[in-house]
Structures are given as structure tokens and as C-alpha cells.
Write a protein that binds this ligand. Structure first.
Ligand code: DX5
Ligand code: ZN
Length: 217
């Protein structure tokens, strides 16, 4: 089976030693660093903003994958690009003109992705799929790490993969929420290219081993 890329979410890192955590992830087999940006409006939680993103971008040797869970993602696209973020995703419900935002993200040299909540249907981004570099399938309701995987997400990934293959696109599928070694294999089999993990990786003393487990399913 193909080997997924692992995007480790710093949301579950120990922020009192963020520098050490990022240094460790640089060397432990993570492929990307996932930045969960939450505004307390779109999701019922606050995470972190520009000062932390800036600090992480200085320390990380890995591509940065920003996941915007905010009501106004268009306000941050330029500053994230300046900080060297390479993947930028926003939630379909937060933007009136998603086509315009996708073009702006790509114009700034970043990969553009749309995130779909568990209750948001695939057909909501049907018209824009061919413009996207990736689709982020939320397999938990956004807002917190450490939640359980919603099992219907697996079929959603499978159906999205069919849409992508049918149209001969090379859009990547990223899956975010409740990913563990027990569901990683099924997700990759269904078509996932990138698996996000916060709590699974950070609950292990040995991050490298946890990342290996996610990759080797
Ligand atoms: C949830 C975030 C996820 C979260 C994943 O809103 O988008 O990226 O950090 O956490 P785990 O892997 O613990 O489900
Ligand atoms: Zn996320």
C-alpha cells in the first residue's frame, strides 16, 4: 500500500517547550507541520495566531500546512504566505467567494485546499474541485484535538477519491481528526494521501515510532 504523508498538528504539543517539540518533529519522520488556527467563532475554541506561526516557521524545516478554522480566512492569506506557509486550507462555510480565495492562495504560491466538516457534503465543492490542490476531510467536528474518529468519514474519503479519479485530477486528500494506527490503513486504502495527527503522535513518548506506525499500515 502507498505510504501516506504525516502532517503532525502542533495543537497537542507542549507549548511550554515549543522549540524542542518542533526540533524533535523535524527529525522524527513527520512530513509536514499542521497548524490549527481557531478563532473562537467558527469553532468553539481558540488556538494560536501569527506570533506562534512565525515562531514555528523559523524553527521548522518541514512544510507548513495551515488549517484555518476562522470566519475570515481571506484576511490571513497574505500574511501566511509571507511566513512561508505552503498549504492553506479554509472551511467551505466560511467564505462567500471560495473560487476567488482559491485563486489568491495559488497566486501567492501556496497549495489551496478546502476543508469539509463531517456534515458538509462533497457536492458542496463539486464545481471547484478541479481548482484545488487538496481537499481536507474532517473526520471529527473541528475545534479540538483528542476526539474520536467519525467512522462515516471513511466512505466519504472513498467517494471523494472516486470523484478525483473519474475526472483524472491529481487533487490530494488530507484526513484530519481521530487518526490512529487502527484506522490509518483503511484511510490510505480509501484514498487518503495525507493524514493529520495531533494526539496520537504526542501521546507517545517516541514520536518517531508513532509516525512510523501511522505510515506503515
Ligand atoms: C481539529 C483539528 C485537528 C486536530 C487533530 O479541529 O483540525 O487537526 O488537531 O487532533 P487529533 O489527531 O487528536 O484528532
Ligand atoms: Zn486541523
Amino acid at each position: 500500500m502507498k505510504c501516506p504523508k504525516i502532517a503532525v498538528s502542533v495543537l497537542s504539543a507542549d507549548f511550554s517547550k515549543l522549540g524542542e517539540e518542533i526540533e524533535a518533529l523535524n527529525k522524527k519522520g513527520a512530513d509536514m507541520l499542521h497548524l490549527d488556527i481557531m478563532d473562537g467563532h467558527y469553532v468553539p475554541n481558540l488556538s494560536f495566531g501569527m506570533p506562534i506561526v512565525q515562531a514555528v516557521s523559523k524553527l521548522s524545516s518541514l512544510p507548513l500546512d495551515a488549517h484555518l478554522m476562522v470566519t475570515n480566512p481571506e484576511d490571513y492569506v497574505d500574511s501566511f504566505a509571507k511566513l512561508g506557509v505552503q498549504y492553506f486550507s479554509f472551511h467551505q462555510e466560511t467564505v462567500f467567494h471560495s473560487h476567488r480565495l482559491v485563486q489568491r492562495i495559488k497566486q501567492l504560491g501556496m497549495k489551496a485546499g478546502i476543508a469539509l466538516n463531517p456534515a458538509t457534503p462533497l457536492c458542496s465543492m463539486d464545481e471547484i474541485l478541479s481548482e484545488l490542490d487538496f481537499v481536507l476531510i474532517m473526520s471529527v467536528n473541528p475545534g479540538y484535538s483528542g476526539q474520536s474518529f467519525i467512522s462515516s468519514s471513511l466512505d466519504k474519503v472513498r467517494r471523494l477519491k472516486e470523484m478525483i479519479s473519474f475526472r483524472n485530477l491529481d487533487t490530494l486528500i488530507e484526513v484530519d481528526g481521530g487518526v490512529t494506527a487502527s484506522n490509518a490503513g483503511d484511510l490510505v486504502g480509501a484514498g487518503a494521501d495525507i493524514l493529520v495527527s495531533a494526539s496520537y503522535v504526542f501521546s507517545h513518548v517516541d514520536y518517531e515510532d508513532a509516525i512510523k506506525q501511522l505510515k506503515s499500515q
